[in-house]
Design a protein around this ligand. Structure first.
Ligand code: BGC
Length: 498
């Protein structure tokens, strides 16, 4: 080949390669945190919210919720495992554990004291619709449940901790799933009316104390686990995105109605939803299909929902759905990000719709994974916060971040806290308006289909010993960061792990 021909061939190959790279979506980053060190303390803005997050169904007895039914079915006393139970390993616990979850209802003051010790200035929790309205059509809510949340708000106030309320965190009253005109739950024609009855009560009773509201927690996790995988109530296994779109629509309508109620009561309130996010990466960088699908999964799982709120039109990736929803447009004042690490997409060229989602990569030497097999990936925190800003130019709250780890040295959670918060600081430096971080979770709790095995708490709960609380080492780490920022020695030590 002549020199000229060689040059042209090279140019053509480079252009094709560049085209493939842009068309082919995001590549998996091989950057390691251990390659970086810092020499000055990372400080957070004044007014930053430092908190922990929980949800009612995971802490409290919720005898009338849709989960309560599933829990009862998954639990057999006398130490016998239930075959095919949706919730793992419940048989190993006493009936009191399975019902009371963490004993939070009687240890409420102690738990708020833990937040105070931590130096937290905020707390994200959910109010259980099923505890307030356990039966359909009740004219007034259950007095004991109202008294419980009254006490929680009072304790938080005395201790100078700002309450941040979530209205729907995966569970609802069991009666909501009784069929009405052939439809159940969020697809019922009166779903929004039923939900707003509960929302109205919450806003009238406690609204004056709440500034940051989350209407819906992780709607796409709820839909995926409850309507496609069938491991959360209502335990359905629908085949594709199109078949779950009516549930998305019901949730979006209810969000819009809740937004209007809250803003009418307090125009200065900040209202949004929070999304479960991961860095979706191609399993193999050279496989263009892995890369394309990773991009699609990110769009469908993370952004379709918040895009719908921003535009007022529900568009569902991979379908021709394009449905305007009344009063929905721009009903979000912030973007809530729950970030839990990196997932890998492994495609199959012969069956492109049947790709695998891997929660870690065994071939990645030194990858840190938690006790659920999830790959911890601090760098993804900064990326996702950046994407949220680019897409919506709204303030962002990290409403969850954490990991499952029961090891006595509690190393994993300490490293996670330091490195993930450093990435939050990095995002703030990049210009993202991040206004708070809520660690998941304050105490060990009921981890949905995983039962009580996965330990997410900064504080350990001893389920065999009257729910006794014991602070883990990461509790001290978080307390230190809240007080002093992330100093170079603690960052440089934690970053080595990644
Ligand atoms: C949920 C929490 C859950 C946590 C850990 C999030 O998906 O909002 O309820 O416990 O992640 O899995």
């Amino acid at each position: 080949m002549t020199n000229r021909k060689l040059q042209i061939a090279l140019l053509v190959t480079t252009v094709i390669a560049m085209l493939l790279m842009t068309v082919g979506g995001k590549r998996r980053s091989t950057k390691r945190l251990s390659a970086q060190t810092i020499d000055t303390t990372l400080i957070f803005p004044a007014g930053f919210l430092w908190g922990t997050a929980t949800a009612a169904e995971q802490l409290e007895p919720t005898d009338a919720s849709d989960w309560a039914e599933l829990i009862r079915k998954s639990y057999a006393g006398e130490g016998k495992p239930v075959t095919g139970a949706a919730i793992k390993n419940l048989h190993q616990w006493d009936e009191a554990v399975v019902r009371l979850k963490t004993g939070h209802s009687t240890k409420l003051a102690e738990d708020v004291q833990l937040m105070k010790d931590l130096g937290a200035n905020a707390y994200r929790f959910s109010i259980a619709w099923d505890r307030l309205f356990p039966r359909e059509g009740m004219a007034a809510p259950e007095a004991t449940a109202v008294a419980f949340y009254d006490r929680l708000f009072a304790e938080l106030k005395i201790n100078g901790i700002e309450p941040s309320v979530t209205l729907f965190h995966f569970s609802s009253p069991a009666w909501f799933f009784a069929a009405k005109d052939g439809k159940r739950g969020w697809e019922r024609s009166d779903a929004t009316e039923q939900f707003t009855r509960f929302v109205n009560f919450v806003v009238n009773r406690w609204g004056k104390d709440v500034r940051v509201w989350c209407t819906l927690n992780e709607p796409m996790v709820y839909i995926y686990s409850g309507y496609m995988q069938g491991i959360f109530p209502p335990l359905e296994k629908r085949p594709d995105e199109k078949s779950v779109a009516p549930v998305m629509e019901g949730l979006l309508r209810s969000h819009a109605a809740a937004y209007a109620i809250i803003k009418k009561a307090n125009p200065a309130a900040l209202v949004g939803v929070t999304q479960h996010t991961r860095e979706f990466a191609p399993y193999r960088n050279h496989a263009i299909l892995d890369r394309i699908i990773a991009g699609k999964v990110e769009q469908a799982f993370i952004w379709d929902f918040t895009d719908a709120i921003q535009t007022g039109i529900l568009k569902v990736t991979n379908t021709d759905i394009e449905k305007p929803i009344e009063n929905l447009k721009a009903t979000q004042d912030f973007i809530g990000i729950n970030y839990y690490g990196r997932f890998y997409i492994k495609s199959n060229i012969f069956a492109p719709t049947k790709f695998e989602i891997k929660n870690h990569d065994d071939a990645f030497d030194g990858e840190i994974k938690n006790e659920l097999g999830w790959a911890d990936f601090p760098l993804g925190m900064r990326t996702i916060l950046g994407s949220a800003k680019r897409r919506y130019s709204l303030p962002v709250y990290v409403l969850e971040s954490g990991t499952a780890n029961a090891a006595a040295d509690d190393k994993l959670r300490q490293q996670l806290l330091v490195t993930h918060l450093a990435e939050v600081a990095g995002a703030i430096k990049d210009g993202v308006d991040v206004r708070g971080y809520f660690h998941w979770s304050l105490i060990d709790n009921f981890e949905w289909a995983e039962g009580f095995d996965a330990r997410f708490g900064l504080v350990e709960v001893d389920y065999k010993n009257g729910f006794a609380r014991k602070k883990r080492k990461s509790f001290e780490t978080y307390r230190y960061i809240i007080r002093s920022g992330i100093t170079a020695p603690i960052y440089n030590e934690a970053a080595k792990a990644y």
